[in-house]
Design a binder for this molecule. Structure first.
Ligand code: ATP
Ligand code: MG
Length: 150
């Protein structure tokens, strides 16, 4: 099953992230893939805001993983764009069991260590303000979630 959602502005992408956040659960994993400037960080920021995180969410490109305390659960925001440069294991899989939500930008680069159950979101740039989201739920919990909010 695959869901396609088109957004015509940054605000609409934020709304999509908020809708998905409304169905969050501990150890949820959201994998974002898409070109530079497609909207991965916009999605992560809106999700964080909806989780009640007041800190400014910055792109974790140079730290790989940033951790935030939400009202009900933590958010682990990762950007693995530079992951290939890092020769040692930085323990990413540990974060999948810490009871928070993981949002991973450029998740396709670490496909081999991703959990089997997860929400895959591929973002395509259509034009300046238009993005197509192809959302693939992997596992029952994610399928139910998509059925409820998409
Ligand atoms: N429909 C849309 N949804 C999301 N962002 C949009 C949309 N239309 C235009 N934009 C713009 O596209 C840009 C998306 O930037 P963002 O940092 O989220 O990309 P990214 O995918 O995280 O890139 P990177 O790979 O460099 O981290 C923002 O400048 C945003 O304003
Ligand atoms: Mg980004």
């Amino acid at each position: 099953m695959q869901y396609k959602v088109t957004t015509y502005s940054e605000d609409e992408t934020m709304e999509l992230a908020e809708n998905i956040e409304s169905e969050k659960f501990p150890n949820m994993v959201i994998c974002l893939e898409g070109d530079l400037g497609s909207g991965k960080t916009v999605f992560a920021k809106a999700f964080a805001k909806s989780l009640g995180i007041k800190d400014n969410i910055t792109s974790p490109t140079f730290n790989i993983i940033k951790e935030y305390d939400g009202a009900e659960m933590r958010l682990f925001h990762m950007d693995v764009y530079r992951f290939a440069d890092i020769k040692q294991d930085i323990g990413i899989p540990e974060y999948f069991n810490k009871k928070g939500v993981c949002i991973i930008e450029w998740a396709d680069l670490i496909e081999d260590i991703l959990p089997k159950n997860r929400l895959d979101i591929r973002i395509k740039i259509v034009d300046e303000n238009t993005r197509q989201f192809v959302i693939t739920p992997r596992g029952n919990k994610y399928e139910d979630l998509c059925e409820r909010v998409l």
